[in-house]
Write a protein that binds this ligand. Structure first.
Ligand code: SF4
Length: 120
């Protein structure tokens, strides 16, 4: 298992982290990644945030061969954003699984994906 890379499309759950929030339909990145503790869990549940967790690679159903297939799946459905200024401030870039494997191409579809609520 590769714990060094982070999944940028994790469920919303205590102990995971948030790295951005949708405001008026646009993903605004935080300055830093923030761990979700008990106190902030209720707050972020009411917001439309993006959540990250350590990538579990082969332990995930979206993994195939040597990569995460979510960016390829999303590229099939979504039209990538071409304006790189919309995602250049992402605080996850240094550790992001998608950026590591697909580079800036993954960032073009990333802000179009909304996190769904799963468990606590
Ligand atoms: S794909 Fe790009 S924009 Fe999305 S979390 Fe990774 S580095 Fe950030």
């Amino acid at each position: 298992m590769d714990n060094k890379k982070m999944c940028p499309s994790a469920p919303l759950k205590k102990g995971y982290s948030v790295f951005g929030k949708f405001i008026d339909g646009k993903l605004e990145y935080y300055d830093e990644i923030i761990t979700i503790d008990s106190e902030m869990l209720d707050t972020v549940k009411r917001e439309n945030v993006r959540t990250t967790m350590p990538c579990v690679s082969k332990g995930c159903g979206n993994w195939s061969g040597d990569k995460c297939t979510v960016p390829d799946q999303m590229n099939f459905f979504l039209t990538p954003i071409e304006d790189e200024s919309q995602f250049e401030n992402c605080p996850l870039r240094k550790s992001c699984r998608w950026f590591f494997q697909d580079g800036i191409k993954a960032c073009g579809i990333c802000p179009l994906i909304e996190t769904k609520l799963f468990g606590t």
